[in-house]
Design a protein around this ligand. Structure first.
Ligand code: HEM
Length: 377
């Protein structure tokens, strides 16, 4: 058996895609799994279970179950000259677009542990004409843990934080001799962790390993603007000439990617103050890179990377200008949804992306957030 000795992760690639996820006609009729429920109702029930499963014992019901702690910033996005050739969505027109960005730690823990190795989030709202908006929700892992939301529910159960002890020197040595990754030592103050469960899940779900290994090695960024963020799923964009393309989006920091020194004792709280100080001195920028998929690439499976030589287009640059004055509005209460899309951009058939529409709506209502864009519908 292959053993991973690291952090988070999941997915069972052998899970067959349900027919009703791919067939729009099937999606509107009673689902096969639950004869009395429509596929939308199935999604809603699954999303409820997912949100519940994601809460950590050291989290807070008043916060998000994941990405609980963050900071809101304001910025401006300007599309590149060629962006609208590939996507006719309003934010790629070239006009300056005001943005609200929430950077976050990935954990649902209600106490800041900025220096711990963790996935980070960057959720962006593009404010469009006539009070319209579109969201791009991204994180520092390029792949997700599971190919289906059902498998993610299993993963969330397996990776529920449990007491964490690390390993003795002898067990670490034994792991190295067996070409395994030794478990890291607990951070100061760390008592529970999802690691052991996540690793056990990855042991038996091969598709989980890329994300698990990625999360194990990811470390802590020097700054929220010194990390790359990926929207992970495939989206479908329509260009000026009507061509539809399957694409994936990433934010690349102009300042470059840089982590803290992992041999030093991690600092619990620095990311918010660092961003404030940095932005008081001047703005920071990210490029929005769009990778174009080709036939044979995984369009509906967020666990599978695409070949590295795919065509990439720089769609624009976002300047992060300031930490938002009202953190309650620009961070705590704000509710993003990866389904908040505009003409020119569509969701792919990825079943994980599909269920996120409901999950974010439910979570935002539970924590008393600003109404999710899909609240009430
Ligand atoms: C089935 C899969 C997933 C589920 C059930 C899920 C669930 C959630 C929930 C419940 C929240 C809190 C929403 C709120 O209260 O406003 C959240 C936030 C977040 N998720 Fe996911 N998620 C999933 C997949 C992903 C993926 C693939 C990404 C990477 C692109 C991602 C990135 C984020 C980020 C960055 C946030 C913080 C957004 C903010 O700042 O408000 N999630 N997720």
């Amino acid at each position: 058996m292959l053993r991973w000795r690291g952090h988070d992760g999941s997915v069972d690639h052998c899970v067959e895609h349900r027919q009703d996820l791919q067939d729009p006609v099937a999606a509107s009729r009673p689902s096969l799994g639950s004869p009395m429920l429509t596929a939308a109702e199935d999604d809603s029930r699954l999303a409820e279970k997912l949100v519940e499963a994601l809460y950590r014992p050291d989290g807070s019901r008043a916060l998000r179950p994941v990405h609980a702690l963050g900071i809101g910033a304001t910025g401006t996005f300007v599309a590149s000259r060629i962006a609208s050739d590939f996507c006719v969505a309003e934010h790629f027109s070239g006009e300056p677009i005001t943005t609200t960005v929430r950077f976050s730690n990935g954990s649902g823990c209600a106490t800041a542990h900025d220096g711990w190795s963790d996935v980070r989030g960057m959720a962006t709202r593009f404010h469009l004409a006539d009070a319209a908006a579109t969201d791009l929700v991204a994180m520092t892992l390029p792949e997700f843990f599971t190919a289906t939301p059902e498998a993610f529910l299993d993963f969330a159960a397996a990776a529920r934080p449990a007491p964490y002890k690390g390993e003795s020197v002898w067990r670490k040595l034994r792991a190295l001799l067996r070409l395994e990754l030794p478990l890291r030592n607990p951070y100061p103050g760390e008592t529970i962790s999802p690691d052991s469960g996540a690793i056990a899940f990855a042991d038996v779900h091969p598709n989980a390993r890329l994300a698990v290994f990625g999360a194990a090695a990811i470390g802590a960024p020097l700054s929220y603007v010194r990390a790359s963020y990926h929207a992970v799923h495939t989206f479908v964009v329509t260009g000026k000439d009507g061509t539809r393309r399957h694409v994936r989006f990433s934010w690349q920091p102009i300042a470059g990617v840089a982590n803290t020194n992992k041999s030093e004792t991690p600092v619990d709280s620095y990311l918010l103050a660092e961003l404030r100080t940095r932005l008081e001195k001047g703005s920071d920028r990210f490029s929005l890179v769009m990778t174009i998929g080709e036939t044979g690439d995984a369009f509906d499976d967020p666990t599978r990377p695409w070949p590295p030589h795919r065509v990439r287009i720089v769609m624009g640059t976002m300047t992060i200008e300031a930490v938002a004055d009202d953190q309650a509005e620009a961070s705590e209460r704000l509710s993003f949804n990866p389904w908040l899309l505009v003409h020119g951009m569509e969701a792919s058939d990825d079943p994980v992306l599909r269920v996120r529409k409901e999950a974010y709506k439910i979570s935002s209502a539970r924590r008393g957030g600003a109404p999710c864009p899909f609240a009430g519908g």
